[in-house]
Design a protein around this ligand. Sequence first.
Ligand code: GLU
Length: 295
Amino acid sequence: MTSMSYRGRLAPSPTGFLHLGHARTFHRAWIRAREAGGALVMRMEDLDPDRSRAEYAEAALDDLRWLGMEWDEGPDVGGPHAPYEQSGRGNLYRAVWQSLRDGGFVYPCRCSRKDLAAALRAPHEGVARADDPEDEPIYPGTCRPVVAESSTDTFSAMEPSGLNWRFRVPDGEAIEFVDGNLGLQRFTAGVDFGDFLVWRRDGVPSYQLACVADDFAMEITEVVRGADLIKSTARQILLNRALGYPNPDWFHCELMLDEQGRRLAKRHDALSIRELRRKGARPAQVLAENGFAKR
Ligand code: GLU
């Protein structure tokens, strides 16, 4: 990729206030775009209507601006790829689902969370939430057709709604990529991750589908995000291949840990940017004291 064409993105999920870990990753993405002389897109990942709130979306934009970041395209500044909220991009996601269905890459799945929990004998594990894809357990294959179905006659639904749809992974294939920060990565389909959701029965596309659809449509050349999503990159490489999309470059940032060594989560309210601001912290101090990369 040449620096002339660099396009990066910030992709917050407005399901809570941003914490220091999110902000540090976004800051790194911002620096990389600016250093490359490229463009930065703000994309609001408000796919899940039950968990996303406008208040959190506004707070994310405001907190990132407060920390000194700005973007060239986004929900608040517009741009050629609008809308920049995933909740408004359903037509694109349905078209992508249709391509996957037509190509025989996905199949409908009638398993409920309860069925999956029983099959996996791990009652604490559920199917993925739109913004927490690492929760997705390996699917036991209950609804997987014996032979890949390449005909639209078999699954002729025009709409994905009402069923879960899963991507059939090539069992045993090693998916390798060189991460710009963490080096060579290798995940084996069917071992490290299984047939993953592309559409949920409640009508919500999965994070994986929406992410590749948008990164392609928005012409993103480098994806900078947290290392918690590194396994999802292997899933997204398979989706890109199925759809004929080029892979962007990948750059996964180390996660920020709390004092007990646990990864920061939205439960860490005290470490939300909102709370630090309320307590009177200044942006320069937040950046300097929490290992944010320098420009
Ligand atoms: N929306 C995800 C998050 O807030 C990031 C997804 C991505 O960068 O691909 O953690």
